[in-house]
Design a protein around this ligand. Structure first.
Ligand code: GLN
Length: 471
């Protein structure tokens, strides 16, 4: 009830697209009954959890924040949603995002942008008042980052205890960093993607947003595991429930600092927190070494080619026949497809479909798509080499800066900057590794800053244990 009333109070954040109040209350009643009757409880019994609106939910509208899927009600639950429900979680609602999870601001969905709850903190407002350049009025608020910004705002505003995001190039870690949360991207293949409406199948992973690392581990324990409906999932070695032990001996750890992540665009505040974090590990006896991930700078362009190519193929299913929106032109089937897709998708989605189809043209395929796949392998190998040289986890920034004001973010020239902002998160998806962003401090402006730990593939538990020690 408390969470539901907070959802109402914070409606102006635009965190939720659909609030599933009735479902949540009914589940809470059943949870309470189980508790009172002394029946066995699930790992998440009675815990309010929200789900990004690109996961299919049986009987609950699933829109991907797109005109294309407005009104679409899936007949089944994504595997991860079903697993949450099976363990007693209360489904609070579906959260806002960039259309089809394409973006890093949560500003590009058809239901409007998500506002960062930190925009309204006392400390930030005071600082803002002192700044002569700050705009006053209704549009003076910060973005959450994205694309899982609705999930981040929902947890950050205490309307739930955990939320599912998705992470293709950073969409869980980026908003977690901007909203002062833990944002965890599991290893590719550890958690089922069945029912997650795809952006880039070879990189998408369900992500977890929580307030602390222990909570993320608990949710991971529920979600992880082989799913016959997702052939890329592995039989995982994770004990259930996943309760993290305390790190026995920090001095046995080797922390790698990738030198290519020290880019000129990185804010000096984040840079100094990053080096203080490394010092902290060192002072506790850990070995901290500089490592090189030499292909890092190719990541953004390489991602662009691979992402748009997969998008071009994925989006073909939205033809006006099977799901959601259909325009009423009936001159020809082709004309109906074209008009449906023009009305259904925003500019970002249409732009990516066009780019992807360009890269996949017969005459371009070798030069772009195949080359990008080779570069992807080099990026992944960089990580393998670092880990083979003895590094246990890598420590990096999550974002270039703290959350920026909406009006600044939507300026045309900032759009390129926003792609650049994924520089620390995207390579991880190319390599399928686990990574977690954890909040480390408040900036001078009073805004949260996150740092990222990256682990070896399927060493998710070790990664979270290190993050917990640091937290
Ligand atoms: N910002 C990246 C993109 O727009 C990543 C998005 C994501 O992780 N879903 O593709």
């Amino acid at each position: 009830q408390k969470c539901l009333s907070l959802i109402k109070k914070t409606k102006f954040l635009n965190a939720y697209i659909t609030v599933s109040e009735e479902v949540a209350l009914k589940q809470a009643e059943e949870s309470e009954k189980r508790y009172k009757n002394g029946q066995p409880l699930g790992d998440l019994d009675g815990i309010p959890i929200a789900v990004k609106d690109n996961f299919s939910t049986s009987g609950i509208e699933t829109t991907c924040a797109s005109n294309m899927l407005k009104g679409y009600v899936p007949p089944y639950n994504a595997t991860v949603v079903q697993k949450l429900l099976d363990q007693g979680a209360l489904l609070m609602g579906k959260t806002n995002l960039d259309e089809f999870a394409m973006g890093s601001g949560s500003t590009d969905g058809v239901f409007g942008p998500v506002k960062n709850p930190w925009s309204y903190s006392k400390q930030y407002r005071e600082k803002r008042k002192q700044n002569p350049h700050s705009k006053s009025g209704d549009s003076d608020w910060l973005i959450t980052g994205g694309s899982s910004g609705g999930s981040a705002a929902a947890v950050s505003a205490f309307t739930c205890y955990a939320a599912l995001g998705s992470d293709t190039g950073g969409s869980t870690r980026n908003p977690a960093a901007h909203c002062g949360l833990v944002g965890f991207k599991p290893s590719y293949g550890l958690v089922s993607r069945h029912g997650l409406i795809p952006l880039v199948n070879s990189m998408d992973v369900p992500g977890i947003l929580t307030r602390c690392v222990d909570d993320a581990a608990m949710v991971l324990g529920v979600l992880a595991g082989h799913d016959p409906k997702d052939s890329t999932t592995v039989h995982d070695p994770i004990n259930k429930p996943l309760v993290l032990s305390s790190l026995a001996d920090v001095s046995k750890l080797c922390i790698g600092i990738p030198k290519e992540y020290l880019v000129p665009e990185l804010s000096s505040e984040i840079q100094s927190l990053w080096s203080r974090a490394a010092d902290l590990f060192e002072s506790e006896g850990a070995k901290v070494i500089e490592v090189s991930l030499p292909h890092t700078s190719y990541s953004i362009v390489c991602y662009h080619v691979l992402c748009t190519s997969e998008v071009a193929s994925n989006m073909a299913r939205f033809d006006g026949l099977q799901y959601g929106h259909r325009c009423d032109i009936d001159v020809s089937t082709e004309a109906m497809y074209a008009a449906t897709r023009r009305e259904g998708f925003n500019d970002v989605v249409r732009g990516r479909i066009l780019s992807g189809n360009f890269f996949l043209l017969k005459e371009n395929y070798e030069n772009y798509f195949v080359k990008a796949q080779k570069v992807r392998r080099l990026i992944a190998d960089d990580f393998v080499n670092a880990f083979n040289s003895g590094v246990d986890v890598l420590l990096t920034p999550t974002t270039l800066s703290e959350a920026v004001p909406y009006l600044e973010f939507i300026k045309e020239d900032n759009r390129t900057r926003s792609a650049q902002d994924d520089i620390f998160t995207q390579p991880v998806n190319m390599a399928g590794l686990p990574a977690v962003s954890i909040p480390v401090a408040l900036s001078n402006q009073g805004l949260p800053i996150g740092l990222q730990f990256i682990g070896r593939a399927f060493y998710d538990q070790q990664l979270l244990t290190v993050a917990k020690w640091f937290e």
